[in-house]
Each structure stands twice: as C-alpha cells, then as structure tokens.
Design a protein around this ligand. Structure first.
Ligand code: ASP
Length: 304
C-alpha cells in the first residue's frame, strides 16, 4: 500500500518550545519537529507548512480561519492534515475547524504536547507519530489525538494543565485509541456525507459570561453591544432570579442569550428547575450537551 501524503501545519505550542531565559517559547519549525521522528517516513509522506509559531494562548479567530484556509487550498493535494498546536486552546481550534470544515472525507488531526519535543519524558514524539498513524488507519473528519486517545473535534476539552493525560472526550465516547506500540483502534469513523463544504463567514460578535454567586448585575447591562451572550451557568442551567431583570433587558435589546453549564459533562436542561423554566420563558436558549468550545464554534459559524 502506498504511503499517505500528509500536510503538517506547525503552529507552535509547547511541543515546539525551547527555554529562552524568559520562559518557554515556541522556537522549532515543523521541519525541525519531524527530525525528532525517524519512524515518520515509514508511516506517511509529509510536507510541512509553518503559517505562524505562537503559544496558543495568543491564538485568534483570524489565525484559526487561516488554518481552515490552508486546508481548503490544499484539500485536493493531500490525503490528510496534521496540525501541531499548543494544547491550551487546542479544543477551541478543533471545535472551530469541526464546524468550518463540513462533510470532510479526509482527516484533519490536531495534536500537541505537555512537554517540548526532545525533552526527556516528552509526550510530543508519541502524540505527533500517533496523529500520522490515525491518518494512515483511515480516520476521516476533524479530531484531536493526544495521549493515545482519538477525540472527535467538537468534544475536545483540556482538563489538566500538568498531566500528560490532559484531555477528555466530553459527552461522547472516544473515537478510538492508539496503544503504546502505535496500534490504532478506530471505534467511530464519522460517515462520509456529500461534498465537503467550507464555512467562510465567521462571526466573533459574542461574549461568554461565567456566573458566580453575587455577580454584579450591572456587568450584564454592558453586554447589549454584543449580538450573542453565552451565560455559563450552574448545573442544569438557569438564570439567578436576582439577575432576571437585567437579562430580560438584554434580550429585549436584541441580544441573543444562551445558557451553558460550568459542569464538565452532562447537559443543560432548562425544563428541570423553576430557575431554568423562567430563563426559557425569558427567551434564553439552552446549549444542551455542547461543550463551551463547541458552543462557541457553532455560534461563530452561525449554526445556532
Ligand atoms: N501554552 C502552551 C500552548 O498552548 C501549552 C501547550 O502547548 O501545552 O501553546
């Protein structure tokens, strides 16, 4: 079988970092990263692009739209795409790409690491190789590959800032696993459906507000300038009664209000409690089982 032809898009992140004296900062190019992977030529044929090299703390929607653009422009030229990305915002990028790149019949695999490549005990070599192995195994669609897990793009959440096992597939089973020897097991491969579509209009006119007990209601009065406001509520969801008036005014001003939860898994259910039913009656919209990353991406792509 001939080797798959893969475009690797290197964007920085810890895996490309070196100590600079001012702290870890991305320093290695994609070409330098793959020098650490002598097995790679046996897995895939790889071409590298380096559109930017940043700590993913600094990533913007414009950067992520650029990544989608690179995939779009090169879609017919490659069998798949690997994006080497900082782990901190990897879930946001995977969710946005999941919603921007629809009906894919090729894989787009994001990966990163908690330790720089080449450093003893780093997870970078394993994660990068696994990303290519998942392409070789025939996955399609957007997914993250980290610590032996394959997580569908809209369910990726970073839950730990130290452990190598830092990501979870929230509200969905893993799409598959890769063992320590590099054997890939695919449990779910998204179904191919129709022609690939690339969403172009990305709206960033939204804000996310996290509820805490005693949140100052006047903060909400400043939010009328946004088209969409996501309230990160508690548990099954609901608006505290003492905030109802300001939220009602916000909705009447034309801002669409969504409710999500601070719980890591499970679903918003506005029908369960009085505070939820009252929120729904005001016109607040439940984000259901979506992760925050997925909800933001769906909102940015105009799906909800
Ligand atoms: N701050 C880094 C980044 O997100 C963390 C990492 O890559 O693990 O770029």
């Amino acid at each position: 079988m001939s080797l798959k032809h893969v475009l690797m898009i290197a964007t920085g992140g810890t895996l490309a970092c070196r100590e600079t004296g001012r702290g870890l900062a991305p320093s290695l190019t994609g070409e330098q990263l793959i020098e650490f992977l002598p097995e790679l030529p046996k897995i895939c044929k790889v071409v590298v692009e380096n559109p930017f090299s940043i700590d993913s703390t600094d990533i913007t929607t414009a950067d992520r739209v650029k990544l989608a653009g690179i995939i779009r422009e090169n879609y017919d030229l490659y069998d798949g795409f690997v994006i080497a990305h900082g782990t901190d915002t990897l879930g946001y990028t995977s969710a946005l790409l999941y919603h921007m790149l629809r009906n894919l019949n090729k894989p787009v695999i994001l990966t990163g690491a908690q330790k720089p490549i080449g450093v003893p005990g780093s997870d970078a070599e394993r994660n990068l190789l696994d990303a290519f192995r998942v392409i070789r195994a025939g996955y399609v669609g957007v997914a993250a590959v980290l610590h032996g897990q394959i997580i569908r793009g809209n369910h990726v959440v970073k839950v730990d800032c130290e452990s190598m096992n830092a990501f979870r597939s929230i509200n969905a089973p893993l799409a598959g696993t890769i063992d320590r020897e590099g054997n890939v097991r695919l449990d779910i491969v998204p179904k191919l459906g129709g022609e690939p579509e690339f969403v172009e209009d990305i709206d960033s006119d939204f804000v996310l507000l996290k509820l805490v007990p005693d949140l100052d209601p006047s903060i909400i009065t400043f939010l009328t300038r946004y088209k969409k406001v996501i309230i990160e509520g508690y548990g099954s969801g609901g608006i505290p009664i003492r905030l109802e008036k300001v939220v009602q005014k916000l909705i009447h001003s034309g801002t669409k209000v969504y409710v999500t939860t601070q719980c890591l898994s499970g679903s918003v259910n506005l029908d369960k409690y009085e505070v939820g039913k009252r929120a729904e009656a005001m016109g607040a919209v439940s984000l259901g089982h979506r992760t925050i990353e997925d909800a933001i991406a769906a909102i940015q792509c105009g799906e909800i």
